[in-house]
Design a protein around this ligand. Structure first.
Ligand code: BG6
Length: 492
């Protein structure tokens, strides 16, 4: 019996059913699960949006969109035709106050009338709608015993709003029914990190400040903000990427071994890391962080507009780039900097974690200083391809003098990921259907991450200074290089 057939029939209700996230990631991920026989039989997907579509119109729209959003070679016409038959649409303005909305909620009640089916409410919409949607779901009696809710990041706009939203959600759904998704946690590489660290004896003795010099986490995007200017200008990179994706990756690198791979054990260990992060406040923020904003430039040989051009020429202090130096105050990591950086419209599309080991204490090689030996690194790549590489130093083969060279050892390529890949979503949706929240953020984690990011946001806004400009298609502001160079290091 396959895992999916053990899960009973299911209704997946996607609020924001015609939004960017649903069209680019979520619906393609559901299609891929369906194509691979991994959706429970009779699963229905109900898109909820203001689009004013009937089921037929929604199916036509999604068929068209799948053609653009699926990875090449994965759109099988027969599988697509069968998938779209699962789709329905309800027009509902969840933020609206008109009586017509009452009728739309009634329509949803009728659509979900069979109470024996598992219900997944996926909130792929703005976080300030999470509370109102959960309240309405409760009011209309839609939360049955198997119901669960999936919340997209960012949860809130700051610590206070995150707490308020979490309270509102908690009044409708128990914590073990609340799945706060961070799709980076669904990548093969992230799960491979847990395997490398805890299924091998090799790494753990070295996984501390005695052997590790520093860690770098980079998520570099060549895309700009595209059609999401409204959301993005209100959010910025610190809220969109640092508070969640980058801190989650940091947690998985830095956490202590959990006693077992279960949701609470893993999330307890991640929470400890967040609580051990040295706070960055006041003047510290100016020293340890860099924020930037792209101006017009050249990306992939094409001229692209600057960020404020995309806003229609309106000035804005929203950052599209962040770099920072984080320190974890605990026994394992004291003195090991974690350098984090992420931005849009940069020179490359790449996401990776680099764990750099300390150099050798002494060189036995004539004319080669210890500092001249290439450092050992473990590189965990998430984008554009997933893979893990260990970088060692070896001898150049052949006779003559002993010459040294870097030797990269691949510890497994785990496949193509890429911007359009719904892979992580497909995996995490399976976890939601199975009811396994291990790879989802718990409430206290989200709030601890906000508690660390909040003083940075406050210091930036109180400083009155603007983000540093960088031309699109470059690696970001030079100040990000200086941040690392001050410690005698460089970005990899
Ligand atoms: C999302 C952010 O969470 O992650 C986007 O909101 C960002 O701004 C995206 O582009 C990056 O993820 P991926 O998988 O497309 O690299």
């Amino acid at each position: 019996m396959s895992a999916s057939s053990r899960i009973g029939p299911c209704d997946i209700v996607v609020f924001g059913g015609t939004g960017d996230l649903a069209l680019r990631k979520l619906i393609p991920a559901l299609y891929l699960r369906d194509r691979d026989g991994l959706l429970p039989r009779d699963t229905r997907i109900i898109g909820v949006s203001r689009a004013g579509l009937e089921d037929v119109g929604y199916r036509v729209k999604i068929s068209g969109e799948l053609g653009h959003s699926l990875p090449p070679g994965t759109a099988d016409p027969r599988a697509v035709a069968s998938f779209v038959r699962r789709l329905h649409h309800i027009t509902l303005d969840v933020g609206g106050r008109f009586t017509t909305e009452e009728q739309a909620w009634r329509d949803l009640v009728v659509a979900l009338a069979d109470s024996g089916r598992t219900r997944v409410f996926y909130l792929a919409c703005a976080p300030d709608l999470f509370g109102p949607i959960c309240r309405s779901l409760r009011r209309w009696g839609l939360i049955n015993s198997g119901a669960r809710v999936v919340l997209e990041k960012p949860i809130g706009h700051d610590l206070a709003s995150a707490r308020r939203i979490n309270d509102e959600v908690a009044s409708a759904f128990a914590e073990d029914r609340t799945f706060r998704i961070d799709h980076y946690l669904g990548t093969e590489t992230v799960q491979n990190l847990l395997t490398l660290r805890f299924a091998n004896a090799l790494f753990e003795p070295l996984w501390n400040s005695a052997a590790i010099d520093h860690v770098q986490i980079t998520v570099s995007e060549s895309l700009g903000v595209g059609g999401r200017v409204g959301y993005y200008d209100d959010s910025g990179t610190a809220r969109d990427m640092l508070q969640n994706h980058l801190l989650q990756l940091l947690c998985l690198v830095a956490m202590e071994p959990p006693i077992r791979l279960d949701p609470e054990a893993v999330r307890d260990r991640k929470l400890e890391v967040l609580r051990a992060l040295a706070p960055l406040t006041g003047a510290e923020v100016a020293r340890a962080t860099v924020r930037g904003q792209y101006t017009a430039g050249i990306v992939d040989d094409r001229p692209v507009p600057g960020y404020t051009d995309e806003l229609g020429g309106r000035p804005s202090d929203t950052e599209t780039f962040v770099a920072c130096k984080a320190e974890i105050r605990n026994w394992r990591w004291a003195g090991v900097p974690f350098y984090l950086r992420t931005g849009k419209r940069l020179d490359r599309h790449a996401a990776e974690i680099v764990v750099q080991l300390r150099g050798v204490p002494h060189s036995i090689f004539p004319g080669v200083s210890p500092a001249a030996l290439p450092p050992n690194r473990l590189v965990l790549r998430l984008q554009p391809d997933e893979g893990v590489e260990l970088q060692l130093v070896g001898k150049q083969p052949g006779p003559g003098d002993l010459r040294l060279q870097p030797v990269p050892i691949s510890l497994g390529a785990t496949g193509r990921s890429g911007l359009l890949s719904p892979g992580p979503y497909a995996r995490l949706l399976g976890d939601v259907l199975r009811g396994d929240p291990t790879l989802f953020m718990r409430r206290d984690e989200v709030e601890a991450a906000w508690a660390w990011v909040q003083p940075i946001l406050t210091a930036w806004s109180e400083s009155g200074s603007a983000p540093l400009h960088y031309a699109a298609g470059t690696p970001g502001p030079a100040a990000a290089d200086e941040l690392v160079a001050r410690d005698g290091r460089g970005w990899v």
